[in-house]
Ligand binder design. Structure first.
Ligand code: HEM
Length: 385
C-alpha cells in the first residue's frame, strides 16, 4: 500500500558517510544520520548547544521570524535544568487515570463524528481537531478554547504557501499575550498552565512575561504538526494493515508496544539542530565552531545496526530504542501526552472501527538537500465504518 509506507531516504548516506551537509537559507547544516552518532551528539550538550540565537537550532531556521527564546528547548544547563524542573511535573499529568479517561471520552467523540460522516479528510477534519481538543486537557483549559486553535491550521509558523510565515506566528503571540494577561488576573486560583507558570519561581523570582510566552510557544508549536502527523499516519497505517489492528483487538496489551513502533517508523519530527560551541568532529567529519549540525531522529530510527528489519513495522517489536522523542536532557516533555493520545486512539479504533479505506491522498514530502522524506500527508481522504 503506497499510502501506508514511509520509505527511508537516508539509508545510502547513513551507510556511506554517516553525515550529510545540506543548505538552509545560506547557513549549512550537517545532518547526523547514524543512531550511535545522533545519541552521542545529543548527549554532548557542552559541545552541541541548544541555547544559540533563538530559532537557529530549528531547521528550517526561524531566526528571521522569531526572537523569543523557546523554554526550556533553546537553553542549556544550568538554566535548562532549572526551567525544565518548573514544568516537568505538569507534563507528567497525562499518566494519571483521570487524564486517560478524559482523553478516551474525547477521542471516542471524535471517532464517532468521523464514523457518522462516513467519509472524511483525516488531516483537517480529524487529526487537527483531535490534537487541539486533546491539548485542552494538557493545558487544563476549557474545551471551547480549541476552536480558535483549530482555526490556525496544521502548523503555527507555516502556511500553505510559506514555510516561514511571520504573520501567522504573530497570531499565536497575540493569543498568548491575551491569555497571560487573562490568567494574571487570578494567579492564585487559576488552574490552567498559564496560572501554573505565573506562580512558578525561577532562581528566587517569578518568570517574566517573555519567559512564559517562550514556554507556551513551544507547547503550541512542538505538539502540533508532530501529533497531527502521528494521528494521520496511524490511520493510514491501519487502513493498509487491518491485520495489525485485528491483532491488537485480540491482544489489547500490545497497544503500548504498537505505539512505540509506529512512532519509531513515522518519526514525526525528522531532525533538530544544534550549534557547535567549539571545533568538533562527528562521524569522522569536522564540524567548525558556530556551525550547525542536526540530529536526524528519522534516520537513526532506521539504522540496521540497531533495528532488525528497520523498514518493517513490527507492532510486537521488543527492544525499541527509537529516538522519535529525542535523547538526553531535551527529550520530549510532551511524550507522555503524545503516547496517551496514540494509545487511546488505537484502542478506540479496535473497539469502534471495522474498516478504513483510503480513497485519495497527497503525501507531505519534506525536502532536505538531496533527501526527500515523507513525513505525513497534506490530505488523506478515507471511508470509515
Ligand atoms: C522536545 C518530538 C509531541 C513538547 C522534543 C524533541 C523531540 C520531540 C524529538 C527533542 C528536541 C531536541 O532534542 O532538540 C516530538 C514528537 C511528538 C511530540 C515526535 C509527537 C508525536 C510534543 C507535545 C508537546 C511537546 C504534544 C507539548 C504539548 C516538547 C517540549 C520539548 C520537546 C517542551 C523540549 C524539551 C526540552 O528542551 O527539555 N519533542 N514531540 N512535544 N517537545 Fe516534543
Amino acid at each position: 500500500c503506497p499510502f501506508s509506507e514511509f520509505p527511508d531516504p537516508f539509508a545510502a548516506a547513513r551507510a556511506a558517510e554517516g553525515i550529510r551537509e545540506i543548505d538552509d537559507q545560506g547557513d549549512p547544516v550537517k545532518m547526523v544520520l547514524g543512531h550511535r552518532d545522533v545519541r552521542k551528539s545529543a548527549h554532548d550538550w557542552r559541545t552541541f548547544q541548544s541555547g544559540a540565537k533563538p530559532g537557529r537550532i530549528v531547521v528550517p531556521s526561524e531566526v528571521n521570524i522569531r526572537d523569543i527564546r523557546q523554554i526550556p528547548f533553546e537553553t542549556d544547563p544550568p538554566e535548562h535544568t532549572e526551567y525544565r524542573a518548573l514544568v516537568e511535573g505538569w507534563f507528567r499529568r497525562p499518566l494519571t487515570e483521570s487524564y486517560e479517561a478524559g482523553l478516551t471520552n474525547l477521542i471516542n467523540q471524535e471517532l464517532d463524528r468521523a464514523i457518522s460522516s462516513g467519509e472524511l479528510e483525516v488531516v483537517h477534519d480529524f487529526a487537527l481537531p483531535l490534537q487541539s481538543r486533546a491539548l485542552t486537557l494538557l493545558l487544563n483549559c476549557p474545551l471551547e478554547e480549541a476552536e480558535e486553535w483549530i482555526g490556525w491550521g496544521t502548523h503555527v509558523f507555516r502556511s500553505d504557501d510559506d514555510p516561514l510565515d511571520g504573520d501567522k506566528a504573530n497570531q499565536l503571540y497575540d493569543y498568548l499575550d491575551a491569555q497571560i494577561e487573562r490568567a494574571s488576573r487570578d494567579v492564585e486560583n487559576g488552574e490552567d498552565i498559564f496560572a501554573h507558570l505565573l506562580r512558578a519561581e525561577y532562581r528566587g523570582r517569578k518568570l517574566t512575561h517573555e519567559e512564559i510566552k517562550g514556554v507556551m510557544i513551544l507547547t503550541f508549536a512542538g505538539g502540533r504538526d508532530t501529533v497531527i502527523n502521528a494521528v494521520t499516519n496511524t490511520l493510514a497505517y491501519f487502513a493498509g494493515h487491518p491485520e495489525d489492528l485485528q491483532k491488537i483487538r485480540e491482544q489489547p496489551e500490545l497497544s503500548a508496544r504498537a505505539v512505540e513502533e509506529l512512532v519509531r517508523y513515522f518519526a514525526p519530527l525528522t531532525h533538530m539542530g544544534r550549534v557547535a560551541t567549539s571545533d568538533a568532529e562527528v562521524s569522522g567529519c569536522p564540524v567548525a565552531a558556530d556551525s550547525r549540525i542536526s540530529l536526524c531522529w528519522a534516520s537513526a530510527n532506521r539504522d540496521p545496526k540497531v533495528f532488525e528489519k528497520p523498514n518493517e513495522v513490527d507492532i510486537e517489536r521488543k527492544a525499541n530504542p527509537h529516538l522519535s522523542f529525542g535523547f538526553g536532557i531535551h527529550k520530549c516533555l510532551g511524550a507522555p501526552h503524545a503516547r496517551q493520545v496514540l494509545k487511546v486512539l488505537i484502542t478506540a479504533l479496535t473497539q469502534r472501527v471495522s474498516s478504513i479505506q483510503v480513497t485519495d491522498h497527497q503525501d507531505n514530502i519534506e525536502q532536505w538537500g538531496d533527501f526527500n522524506r515523507k513525513v505525513g500527508f497534506h490530505r488523506l481522504q478515507v471511508k470509515i465504518s
